[in-house]
Design a protein around this ligand. Structure first.
Ligand SMILES: Nc1nc2c(ncn2[C@@H]2O[C@@H]3COP(=O)(O)O[C@H]4[C@@H](O)[C@H](n5cnc6c(=O)[nH]c(N)nc65)O[C@@H]4COP(=O)(O)O[C@H]3[C@H]2O)c(=O)[nH]1
Length: 755
């Protein structure tokens, strides 16, 4: 027979993943082939379910990094591959052909192919046996074949002896043995150190029967004798043997029995039994030898597997000690360094930002001296927990020793995010910790460095975070500092803004200004856009561009947005009652829209406001951006349709600057497009802008959408727009956004002009 090569034994359960992915739910026996994006899908290693269960928080890049990168060619013989796996304590090897990933070979995939081969050989032998009964000459051939079969079985078992024990393999083993010896029933039972049955692999009986039999304690009946006395039994009618009393009653009736212990050097690991040949013949001495040979190999497998298990556990322990801090169970400096170097390498390609926070407790020495080391240790554990509770899943908190912790935040949007995490940690540590019977305040200081702004080198970044920490301590402790003064002042400004914005609604610092939207051919006002202004007592007037983003990030956009809607509708209702019914346009930002939408609130808020202010729905226009439309398409469409059904108008703001998919214009229930002011600005000098505005005008005309040109500042722009199918304009040429009173005056004037 042809020698088996690894290419013939590829494992079918292989999943391709990218190195930055994080394993989620892991099915047993899946092997992950890990690739990196550049150079084009380069194979970088394997990760198994075992690796993942050892390090559940690692991304694939971490897992691959800590596993020997071994690969074999498809033509390599299976024995060599098995030796390689044993030598390196690996359950799977990558198969590469000229550097290209072909697949994965595992112990089990090799053994399954071997067993299949054996089954084929067995079938062939049976065929020959039948032939031999009719043709005497064939007997010689059959004997030769049987010897070959025994050889094959031995070599298979020899291989088995080098592998770990797997239920599927035991199943294949008992099936092959039953076939080989023509037995109706058979089972392998493995017991643990205290004699309890841990595995029960059977053939010829139902699962239900097996369940009842498999749960019975060992040490009873004939099979108990085999284990307790470490002897084989070969009986013509087991019912006649008085020792069979207590044999599992749920088993189908058995007459002849062959039972052998699975033992090695006096230690019994279990037993194999076979019973009732189909032919009605009794088990022979030869049968017993074959079963014993199988049992012997199996005992080597189990012996080996238990030893490997012990070594593995010891290795895992060592691995853990090498990478984790024993006191807090956080990663230690070694693991942090490993991860940081990986993230930095990745960040170089992806232009990510990484923050390193160096944290040191402000009063640890005093606490240690006052309450003793046991309390100190417990405090450090509690602090580690508090720090971890402030972080996201991908962040790495680590302990350097003493009361020093380093926290790595990969993938932050900007350095301000690091400041926010630092504040969160400081707040968390400002709450007292209950350690034994003591309530302890353990405040901290934090120094922050940022990759790549401060440095590209990990060592330098740590030194910078340390020096920032020193600065924070000098400034009076319980605070954080960046390595550079610019970052500190940017963070301070941002936090000041946030602090004030949180109070802006309550202190009634927000007001709306209104900017007219004008019909180009007669100059009459047809609507007003509500634009928010913030008059802060300390900072003066703050424009929306400076704080809407912050409001979105902090979630303050929800109450602020509701206030804008309410105030604008109230004003529009007042104008309606004063005989000047015009449309009021209110901006909805992306976060505001989707945050509302997630909570199924947007529709409710609009309904409530319309009810409360009694404004006619057709006088309200919600301005949304193209990006809102492109996000969560289906739910967005639903929400907009519901809003539309109320009679409220919908317009697309800053049209032309967002995603250029035009298909949504047809799908969504839109009324108005607002051409972005950047196109209008150079309309008289830039032929491209002119072409864009003409195209948008023609398209809006075809789709029966109203068109408003934003940012109209002079007559020449207006003249050009007048020549297009653009009926409405908005901009400084007509009026800047003005407070409500001035807007009312403009409206009255417009009404008079109309009359
Ligand atoms: N250069 C120039 N600019 C003109 C002209 N005419 C109007 N503008 C300005 O262009 C902006 C138009 O508003 P937007 O595109 O909705 O852009 C708005 C909108 O996206 C957002 N915003 C304003 N108020 C709110 C609000 O209540 N809620 C939300 N979510 N966003 C708002 O802030 C952005 C900026 O608002 P503002 O600073 O008021 O700036 C306004 C307006 O003052 C002109 O002729 N030339």
């Amino acid at each position: 027979m042809k020698q088996l090569a690894v290419g013939d034994c590829l494992w079918p359960h292989v999943r391709r993943v990218m190195e930055e992915e994080r394993p989620c739910s892991v099915e047993r026996n899946i092997v992950f082939a890990v690739f990196r994006e550049e150079p084009v899908e380069e194979f970088c290693g394997l990760a198994t379910d075992h690796d993942i269960s050892k390090h559940p928080n690692w991304i694939f890049a971490d897992l691959v990094e800590h596993r020997p990168m071994l690969s074999v060619a498809p033509k390599l013989g299976v024995r060599k591959a098995l030796c390689l796996m044993d030598e390196n304590q690996l359950g799977a090897l990558a198969v590469l052909n000229k550097g290209q990933f072909v697949g994965v070979v595992t112990r089990q995939s090799i053994l399954e192919v071997l067993l299949n081969r054996e089954r084929l050989l067995l079938k062939e032998t049976m065929r020959l046996k039948i032939a031999a009964e009719t043709n005497h000459e064939q007997t010689v051939v059959w004997v030769g074949r049987l010897a070959a079969l025994n050889d094959a079985a031995r070599s298979l078992l020899g291989v088995l002896a080098h592998t770990s024990i797997e239920n599927e393999l035991l199943q294949a083993g008992i099936d092959a043995l039953c076939n080989l010896l023509d037995a109706r029933y058979g089972a392998i039972g493995i017991v643990d150190n205290v004699g309890a049955l841990t595995e029960f692999i059977y053939a010829g009986i139902s699962d239900e029967q097996a369940q009842q039999i498999g749960h019975l304690p060992e040490g009873r009946g004939l099979l108990g004798v085999v284990i307790e006395e470490n002897v084989s039994l070969r009986l013509a009618d087991m019912g006649k043997d008085p020792r069979s009393a207590g044999f599992p009653q749920h088993h189908p009736h058995m007459t002849s029995l062959l039972a052998v212990p699975i033992s090695h050097q006096g230690r019994v690991y279990g037993r194999i039994y076979l019973s009732d040949k189909y032919s009605g013949e009794l088990f022979t001495k030869n049968d017993e030898e074959l079963a014993l040979s199988f049992a012997h190999s199996l005992s080597l497998v189990i012996d080996n597997a238990r030893e490997i298990e012990e070594v593995k556990r010891a290795r895992q322990r060592l691995d853990y000690i090498a990478h984790f801090d024993a006191l807090t169970e956080l990663p230690n400096r070694t693991l942090l360094t490993d991860r940081a170097l990986q993230f930095i390498a990745q960040a170089q390609r992806k232009h990510d930002i990484i923050a390193f926070l160096f944290l040191d407790l402000d009063n640890f020495k005093v606490i240690n001296d006052t309450f003793g080391h046991a309390v100190g240790d417990e405090l450090l554990r509690a602090v580690a927990k508090r720090i971890s509770g402030c972080l996201r899943e991908g962040d790495t908190p680590s302990r350097m020793g003493g009361d020093e912790f380093i926290i790595m935040l990969p993938n932050i949007a900007d350095s301000l995010d690091a400041a926010k995490v630092a504040i969160k940690i400081l707040h968390a540590l400002n709450e007292p910790l209950q350690v034994q019977q003591h309530q302890i305040y353990s405040r901290a200081s934090i120094g922050i460095s940022i990759y790549p702004d401060n440095s590209l080198s990990f060592d330098e970044l740590l030194a910078q975070a340390d020096s920032a920490l020193y600065h924070a301590k000098k400034l009076g402790k319980n605070n954080y500092q960046f390595f550079t003064p610019e970052m500190n002042s940017a963070a301070q400004h941002y936090l000041k803004l946030e602090h004030h914005l949180r109070q802006a609604l309550e202190l009634e610092e927000l007001v709306l200004h209104y900017q007219p939207q004008v019909k180009i051919d007669n100059g009459c006002i047809i609507g007003m856009e509500a634009l928010i202004r913030w008059h802060n007592h300390a900072m003066g007037i703050v424009m929306p561009d400076q704080f809407i983003g912050l409001a979105e990030e902090t979630g303050l956009i929800v109450p602020i947005g509701a206030w804008v809607l309410q105030t604008a509708c109230k004003q529009a209702r007042a104008w309606q009652l004063a005989g000047m019914p015009i449309r009021i346009a209110v901006n909805l930002s992306g976060r505001q829209f989707h945050r509302f939408q997630d909570q199924r609130q947007l529709l409710d808020v609009v309904l409530d406001v319309l009810k409360e202010t009694e404004l006619s729905p057709e006088l309200l226009e919600l301005e949304i951006t193209e990006s809102i439309l492109m996000h969560k398409l289906d739910t967005t469409l639903d929400t907009l349709n519901q809003i539309k059904q109320l009679g409220v108008r919908i317009s697309v703001d800053d049209f032309g600057t967002g995603y250029s998919s035009l298909s949504y214009l047809k799908r969504f229930p839109l009324d108005t497009l607002k051409i972005d002011k950047s196109f209008v600005k150079d309309i008289c000098t830039d032929a491209n802008d002119r072409a864009i505005v003409s195209a948008i005008s023609a398209m809006a005309g075809q789709l029966k959408l109203e068109l408003v040109a934003e940012g109209v500042e002079d007559q020449s722009q207006l003249d050009f727009l007048g020549g297009q199918q653009c009926n409405y304009g908005q901009g400084y040429f007509f009026s800047k956004p003005v407070p409500a009173e001035q807007a009312s005056a403009l409206l009255r004037q417009s009404v008079l002009q109309k009359q």
